[in-house]
Design a protein around this ligand. Structure first.
Ligand SMILES: Cc1cc2nc3c(=O)[nH]c(=O)nc-3n(C[C@H](O)[C@H](O)[C@H](O)COP(=O)(O)OP(=O)(O)OC[C@H]3O[C@@H](n4cnc5c(N)ncnc54)[C@H](O)[C@@H]3O)c2cc1C
Length: 462
C-alpha cells in the first residue's frame, strides 16, 4: 500500500498550488446517501481548473494504477461520487467557465463544473431556457447532470439532460481529451460515443465541457393542482390528461403520506381527505398556455376534491419551490431515508404507488412515494432514523423488493439517479446475460484498467 501522502505529493507537483488536498475533507467523501451510512475514503482530492489539468491527473493515475472518482455537486442518490476505497476524488468545482454563449443561436458551451442553477440563470437573462430541472439545482453541476442523465419535472415534455447535449468534451483513458459532437444539432458520424458518456456515472471518463441546446423561454407556465380521494382516482386523472392529448410540460404526483409531510409548507389549502396530489403544467405563449390550462383544469377536475390553478408568477414560483423541497421535507421527517427511483409503464403507476406502501408495511417501515408521474418515475421511499442499524437494514431489504416490483410491472430499477454503488447487482435482474456482457465490454473498451469510478454502475456484482 502506497504511503497515504505519496499520491497527493506527486499530483501536487503536476498542478498549480492549492489544487490538491492531501487530507480530504468530509464534503468530498459522501453524497445524498450519507443518511444510509455510506461514506468513502480517498488518498487525495484534486481540484483541477481546466481540461488539460484534468488530463494530467488522469494520465498520472492511469500510469500509477490509482482510481479516479469524478465528483460534481455531490447531490446524487446512488453513491456514485463517493470514493469507495482510496484513490483520487476528482472534483470539477473549478471548471466553471462559459466558453461561449450564442443566445441568438440558442446554444451555450460550458465547462462541466458550472452549477445547474447558474446555467438556468445565464440562459434566463437572455430570454432562453435550459429545461432539465433536477431538484438540487443550486448544488448540482451540469457535468453531474450529464453523468446521471438527470431529469426533473419538465423532463416529461422536454426530455432529460441528455436530450439537450449536442457535444461533449471528456478526458478518457489513458489521459486524453476527446470531443464528440459540438455546436451541431445532428450528428450520426460514428457510434454515438456522446450518448454512451451521458449517464455513465463517471465510469467511462471525466466530462469536462458540453455544448448544450437552449430554447426560448415559454412566455407563460401555468400549473394546475388537483387533489384526489385515493390513488386510483388520482392516477385516473393523470391518464385522462394523457388520453385527452394535452401536451403538458410537467405531470407530477405526491402520495398521501408525502402530502401529509409536505402539507405545512404547501402554498395553499390542502383538503383534509386528500390522498393524492397531481400537478400538471400548461406552458407556451400566453394564449396557448391559457387555452391549455383550461383544458387541463377540465381533465383534472373530474373526480377531484379540489383543483387549484395559480396564475400569479410569484404563486407559480412558490408552488415549484415547494415541489423542489419535497425530497428534503421527507428526509427531515425522521432524519434519513432510503429512496429509490424506479420507473414503470404509466398504466401501472397506481400499482407501483400501492406496492411501495405494501412493501413498507411488510418490513415495518414508514413508506411514501412521489415523483414524475408522466414519466412513470416514482421516488419510492422508506423513512429511517439515522444510526438505527436494524431499521436501515430493513429499509435496504425493502429497496430490493422495490426493484423487484418495478421489474414485475415491466419497468426499470432506475429512471434518473443511476446505479452507482447503492443499486449494485440490480441490473443483472433486469437485463439478459448477453446485454450484461456488452455493458462490461463497453466499460473495458473505455477503461481497460478499471480505474474510472471502480465499483460503480457494474453490470454484475457478487
Ligand atoms: C433535493 C434533491 C432533488 C433531486 N431531484 C432530482 C430530480 O428531480 N431528477 C434527477 O434526475 N435527479 C435529482 N436529484 C439527484 C441529483 O441532483 C442528480 O443526480 C444530479 O444530476 C447529480 O449532479 P451532481 O453534480 O451533484 O453529481 P454528483 O452527485 O457529484 O455525481 C453523480 C455521478 O456523476 C459522476 N460525475 C459527476 N460529475 C462528473 C463529470 N464531470 N464527469 C464524469 N462523471 C461525473 C459521479 O462520479 C457520480 O457517479 C435530486 C437530488 C436532491 C438532493
Amino acid at each position: 500500500m502506497r504511503p497515504e501522502t505519496a499520491v497527493a505529493r506527486e499530483l501536487a507537483a503536476l498542478l498549480p498550488p492549492g489544487a490538491v488536498h492531501a487530507t480530504p475533507s468530509a464534503e468530498f467523501l459522501s453524497d445524498e446517501t450519507e443518511g444510509r451510512g455510506f461514506r468513502g475514503s480517498a488518498e487525495a482530492v484534486v481540484l483541477p481548473s481546466n481540461a488539460p489539468e484534468v488530463a494530467r491527473v488522469v494520465a498520472w493515475c492511469y500510469e500509477h494504477d490509482v482510481a479516479i472518482v469524478p465528483r460534481g455537486g455531490g447531490t446524487g442518490f446512488a453513491g456514485g461520487a463517493v470514493p469507495l476505497d482510496g484513490g483520487v476524488a476528482l472534483s470539477l468545482d473549478r471548471l466553471v467557465r462559459v466558453r461561449s454563449f450564442d443566445p441568438l443561436l440558442w446554444r451555450i458551451w460550458v465547462e462541466s463544473g458550472l452549477r445547474t442553477a447558474d446555467l438556468h440563470r445565464i440562459a434566463r437573462e437572455s430570454g432562453l431556457w435550459f429545461p432539465p430541472d433536477p431538484g438540487a439545482a443550486e448544488q448540482s453541476q451540469i457535468g453531474g447532470n450529464i453523468a446521471t442523465n438527470a431529469g426533473g419535472p419538465h423532463a416529461f415534455k422536454y426530455g432529460p439532460t441528455g436530450a439537450w447535449v449536442t457535444g461533449l468534451e471528456a478526458v478518457v483513458a489513458p489521459g486524453e481529451i476527446v470531443s464528440v459532437g459540438g455546436p451541431i444539432r445532428k450528428d450520426v458520424a460514428g457510434y454515438d460515443l456522446k450518448s454512451l458518456l451521458i449517464g455513465s456515472e463517471g465510469t467511462l471518463g471525466v466530462v469536462t465541457a458540453a455544448w448544450l441546446k437552449l430554447l426560448p423561454a415559454p412566455e407563460s407556465a401555468l400549473p394546475v393542482v388537483g387533489f384526489y380521494r385515493g390513488t386510483a382516482s388520482g392516477c385516473a386523472a393523470i391518464e385522462r390528461v394523457l388520453g385527452s392529448g394535452l401536451p403538458v410540460a410537467a405531470l407530477e404526483y405526491l402520495d398521501a403520506a408525502t402530502l401529509a409531510f409536505a402539507t405545512p409548507s404547501f402554498p395553499g389549502e390542502v383538503p383534509p381527505p386528500a390522498a393524492l396530489l397531481v400537478i400538471a403544467e400548461a406552458d407556451g405563449s400566453r394564449t396557448e398556455a391559457t387555452r391549455l390550462r383550461g383544458e387541463v383544469l377540465e381533465a383534472l377536475a373530474e373526480d377531484a376534491l379540489v383543483v387549484q390553478a395559480p396564475t400569479d408568477p410569484g404563486a407559480v414560483a412558490e408552488l415549484w419551490r415547494w415541489r423542489d423541497g419535497v425530497s428534503l421535507t421527507v428526509t427531515a421527517e425522521r432524519g434519513a431515508k432510503v429512496s429509490e427511483d424506479i420507473v414503470v409503464p404509466i398504466d401501472r403507476l397506481a400499482e407501483a404507488i400501492e406496492g411501495t406502501l405494501e412493501i413498507g408495511r411488510r418490513n415495518g417501515l414508514e413508506a411514501c412515494s412521489w415523483g414524475h408521474a408522466g414519466d412513470g418515475n416514482l421516488h419510492s421511499t422508506f423513512l429511517v432514523a439515522p444510526g438505527d442499524e436494524a431499521e436501515l437494514r430493513r429499509a435496504e431489504l425493502a429497496a430490493g423488493e422495490i426493484f423487484a416490483l418495478a421489474l414485475r410491472l415491466g419497468g426499470s430499477i432506475s429512471g434518473e439517479h443511476g446505479i452507482g454503488w447503492m443499486k449494485r447487482g440490480q441490473l443483472a435482474r433486469q437485463w439478459a446475460p448477453r446485454a450484461l456482457d456488452l455493458h462490461e465490454e463497453i466499460k473495458r473498451a473505455f477503461d481497460p484498467k478499471g480505474l474510472f469510478n471502480p465499483g460503480k454502475k457494474l453490470a454484475r456484482w457478487s
